[in-house]
Design a protein. Structure first.
Length: 294
């Protein structure tokens, strides 16, 4: 794809600069797109918009099929700690909306949905992975297989959450436009995505853990807010979210930065120790609709 054919998914500019060549050697499969994949630094071709700074992948624009076939057993094995972070997020959003209907887009096996249901919300989700959706179904959680918009979730919803999803999609503006039409007039929208301008991203460069095949769009705070405003949202809160991991999970990923001969097995007791982590390299925004009273 040449620069003349490119258009920025955020500002529509056609001025780009190639910043990273593709790491695709032969072919990709759904394992490359697993939630817990840690082939850090491996991406498709990346181009930076010279107008707004958004970075988009130019050679991986048809990725839905990878997510439909995705199987990620390690994700399910870390459900306990992921549930802690989702409960924390639901508690945070309850400050803005204490009750009502909630839709989680990119719901995985329904961990956010489960946490919201336990806190009294009428929650449901959408998930492209057939395997993850089946796991949610086995737990009795209302998660529908497919992508947004989905015929089973016409809305309107009091709360819509999009946590670590927008960086996986082409044309994120279309996704946000659809969400704005599905959100209740007095509803709130929660979005979380990595911050490519964060200190961690600058220190690690292309070894930053969010540079991976699955991520095809990289936002900073300024262009994320610009896209939200463009698609009908007003940002009322911006913060940096925390995540929960076991020490073993963190240790394995830490060791991945070293040559293989320097890696060693970690003791099993580290699997039982869960810690909060906030490297301030993700953005969490709370939004309402513009002109909501019109």
């Amino acid at each position: 794809m040449t620069n003349k054919e490119l258009k920025c998914w955020v500002c529509d500019s056609k001025d780009f600069r190639l910043i990273k060549n593709s790491d695709v050697v032969e072919y990709l499969d759904s394992n490359n797109f697993a939630i817990t994949n840690f082939d850090y630094g491996k991406t498709g071709e990346l181009q930076r918009c010279l107008n707004c700074g958004f970075i988009q992948c130019t050679d991986l624009d048809k990725v839905v099929g990878f997510y439909e076939d995705l199987v990620d057993t390690e994700y399910e094995n870390t459900r306990k700690e992921r549930k802690l972070q989702e409960k924390r997020l639901v508690k945070f959003l309850s400050k803005f909306k204490r009750e009502g209907t909630l839709l989680d887009i990119g719901a995985g096996s329904g961990i956010m949905v489960e946490a919201a249901l336990e806190m009294g919300y009428k929650a449901e989700g959408i998930e492209p992975s057939k395997w993850l959706q089946k796991n949610a179904e086995k737990l009795g959680l209302p998660v529908y297989q497919g992508i947004f918009p989905h015929p089973n979730t016409p809305g309107p919803y009091d709360i819509i959450t999009l946590v670590d999803v927008i960086e996986h999609v082409t044309e994120p503006g279309d996704l946000l436009n659809g969400i704005s039409k599905t959100l209740a007039s007095d509803g709130i929208f929660i979005l979380v995505t990595p911050d490519v301008n964060s200190l961690a991203a600058k220190i690690f460069g292309y070894r930053w853990w969010h540079y991976r095949f699955a991520h095809i769009g990289y936002f900073n705070k300024k262009n994320l807010i610009a896209l939200l405003n463009k698609t009908g949202f007003e940002v009322i809160k911006l913060t940096r979210p925390s995540w929960y991991f076991t020490l073993k999970y963190l240790g394995i990923r830490f060791l991945s930065f070293f040559p293989k001969f320097m890696r060693f097995p970690l003791p099993e007791f580290l699997e039982r120790i869960i810690v909060p982590v906030n490297l301030r390299d993700s953005i969490l925004v709370v939004c309402t609709l513009k002109n909501k009273n019109a």
